[in-house]
Design a protein around this ligand. Sequence first.
Ligand code: VGL
Ligand code: ZN
Length: 208
Amino acid sequence: MKALLLIDIQNGFCPGGNLPVPDGDTVVPVINQLIEEGSYDLVVASQDWHPADHGSFASQHLGAKPFDMGELSGQKQVLWPDHCVQGTPDADFHPDLNIEAIDYIQQKGENPAVDSYSAFRDNDQAAVTGLAGYLRAQQVTELDICGLATDYCVRFSALDARDMLPDVKICFIEDASRGIDPQGVKDAIAEMRARGVAIITSAEIFAD
Ligand code: VGL
Ligand code: ZN
């Protein structure tokens, strides 16, 4: 049972969005081809889904600017521009994404007191989403992960997948992902590789 996990392919992370990832939209055609030709049994997508007063937003911290380092519930937290607010166009999936192909959507980041980069659990690891349970119930044996942003939500989703699904092969599809900061992307790839996530390209998937 082979599954594809798409991380946060939302307007907010694409050019024109509130927290644009450079070239974020260029992953969409690659992902649509993966969906069509990657022989996946299951396609799952996460959706960053914040209330308007989410504590990761700089707007909620007196005197803070976006991208400042701040604090949220006693933990260090990058303070982001307001993004992916529930029910706004910024939170919608990119309009060119093949949304009909998605079998399961995992929303995250709904608790205003904690951020959730990972699609599997909050940053403080106190609360899990339903995603690991869903993938176990579907008897997934291989999970390929890609999307936005490599250095935040993709990274922490892949690392949590590695921890929480020990019997599943976890792969990161590099060319179907983009990051916010080039050094952050390098660090993320090194950390994923060191922790046992396979780093692959879409060409390898199409060749299989
Ligand atoms: C993300 C920062 C804040 C992401 C989400 O999808 O990588 N990054 N919220
Ligand atoms: Zn967010």
